[in-house]
Write a protein that binds this ligand. Structure first.
Ligand code: BYC
Length: 470
């Protein structure tokens, strides 16, 4: 197992000190990153003492070390999972051949584009969440937000390391560009749609960490299979951190639902107006937020029919998540039927892999929904939360711009536009949710719209002073 060297300016387990050129290049980028963090990271909390976990080694047991520190002092670094001896390519046309330790010339631009796209999402999410600290529902939640933010910063480091180490001057330029594009910037936006969506309330944060971070899990899992071994090792370690982000999403939504159910019980009603008057978020509004962030995140898998996905799989660059669980790893003789607005289309399986991935992602998304529905059922309520159809509100792929309802049915455009407010948050919904976003910073206290968590962090009590504000 490789240990992490914290004596270095850039903590790492890649023997950076043995490659002076690379070390110098990354040390040149480091102050640019810190400046970006200062300008675009969590606003106004630079002097707060935050209870954070930091990686100290990359094995399953020892990687999480907890301590109190100020966020700008977080030790962002470069951590790769340990190499697997004699690892072979596990899918595609070169299956069974040794994995690549360098980038093959013919795949250079594709690999660079994918690494840049992955890297771009990490700082984008920090930018999206920049102002949420001002309206935290509790210190526990504030700390979780900051934990996610510092880890997304580290995931940016992970991709920047690959760019610097394997892509020469182009890679260094791309690393600078990752700090120059900004979420929602009209002139230099982030690459992928969802990462330009504004995020101004905590219900959106919980939906984002539930749905969008889960896309992250699936994309990282597919890169963990990659024939480009440094990418695989990097992503394997990133996945261990990603789990906490989805935990924040799933438990966050659970706590909002719990509070709503408690208020419904107290008042003996499911009337949204009365629930809102009591300062909780009614279930139909929660459903509209789920519809919004789920549909947005579904676009992140790309088009249902994609020659990129075919080429990336065939060449060994990007596999399916959990590739070893499939039987056929070459997929040259199989087809899949894809429903489009023009009718069913049978396409080579290789071209349908984005859809294969989207389907397994949606199954994973169902797990939390089932849990929330069990809570609703136990509370004796009839209504249920659901996921929207994967055709609903799409901006990418054959269903892009089509008037489709949440069940996936094509309807008249006029009806679609009229009913959209029933399906995604309206201006009124957002305005209402914003009224609830008041900062609560007394240890152990929660905002009225969310139930307390079942337990604190790392066996500490819920009322621990997780973020000590100066
Ligand atoms: N928005 O053949 P297509 C995470 C582009 S989240 C804008 O349909 P392909 C995280 C596409 O780039 C995980 N553009 O799809 C979560 C391509 O453009 P070019 C992020 C889009 O290429 C929370 C063109 O349309 N990681 O880590 O098979 C917090 C045709 O593409 C979109 C990755 O995404 C979109 N939604 O697959 C923090 C992994 N969708 O190249 C972090 C890296 C497609 O022709 N990226 N396009 O100019 C990829 O693997 C692929 O680029 C995609 C698309 C899966 C995104």
């Amino acid at each position: 197992m490789s240990s992490i060297n914290y004596a270095e300016k850039i903590p790492n387990n890649v023997n950076l000190q043995n490659d002076r050129t690379l070390q110098r290049a990354l040390e040149h980028w480091q102050p640019h990153f810190l400046q970006w963090w200062h300008e675009m990271g969590p606003s106004d909390f630079e002097t707060a003492d935050v209870y954070l976990r930091t990686a100290i080694s990359v094995d399953a047991q020892g990687w999480a070390h907890y301590g109190t520190l100020k966020m700008p002092d977080y030790r962002w670094g470069i951590f790769l999972a340990d190499p697997i001896a004699d690892r072979k390519i596990g899918f595609g046309d070169q299956m069974g051949q040794p994995v690549w330790q360098q980038v093959p010339g013919e795949y250079r631009s594709t690999l660079r584009r994918l690494i840049v796209t992955q890297g771009d999402t990490e700082p984008a999410s920090v930018e999206q969440q920049r102002k949420l600290g001002h309206t935290c529902p509790s210190l526990y939640d504030l700390r979780n937000l900051f934990q996610i933010n510092v880890e997304e910063g580290r995931h940016l480091w992970a991709m920047v390391y690959l760019l610097h180490a394997y892509f020469g001057r182009d890679g260094r330029e791309e690393a600078e560009e990752l700090l120059a594009r900004h979420s929602g910037d009209a002139n230099k936006p982030r690459i992928l749609t969802t990462f330009n969506e504004p995020m101004t309330d905590w219900l959106s944060l919980f939906c984002f960490t539930y749905f969008t971070d889960r896309d992250g899990k699936y994309q990282l899992k597919s890169f963990a299979e990659s024939a480009f071994d440094p990418l695989s090792r990097t992503c394997r370690f990133m996945l261990t951190e990603e789990a906490h982000h989805m935990f924040v999403g799933e438990t966050g939504i659970s706590r909002v639902v719990k509070r709503t159910l408690d208020v419904m019980k107290e008042l003996g009603t499911d009337d949204p107006a009365r629930i809102r008057a009591e300062g909780a978020i009614d279930l139909p509004t929660i459903q509209r937020y789920l519809n919004y962030w789920c549909s947005s995140s579904l676009d992140l898998f790309g088009s249902e029919i994609s020659s990129n996905s075919a080429a990336n799989f065939a060449s060994g660059i990007k596999g399916r998540p959990d590739e070893p669980t499939y039987q056929d790893h070459v997929l040259r003789d199989v087809a899949m039927t894809i429903e489009t607005p023009q009718g069913a289309e049978t396409v080579p399986m290789l071209n349908a892999l984005n859809e294969v991935m989207r389907e397994s992602y949606l199954k994973d998304c169902e797990i939390g929904v089932k849990r929330w529905n069990r809570m609703i059922e136990r509370a004796g309520r009839e209504s249920r939360l659901t996921l929207p159809s994967s055709r609903f509100r799409r901006q990418i792929g054959p269903w892009a711009g089509q008037p489709v309802d949440t069940h996936g049915k094509l309807i008249a455009r006029e009806e679609y536009e009229r009913r959209l407010e029933d399906w995604i948050p309206s201006e009124r919904d957002r305005a209402f949710v914003h009224t609830l976003m008041q900062r609560v910073i007394e240890p152990g206290k929660m905002a009225a719209w969310i139930a307390p968590p079942e337990r604190g962090i790392n066996n500490l009590p819920v009322d621990y002073d997780y973020v000590h504000l100066q």
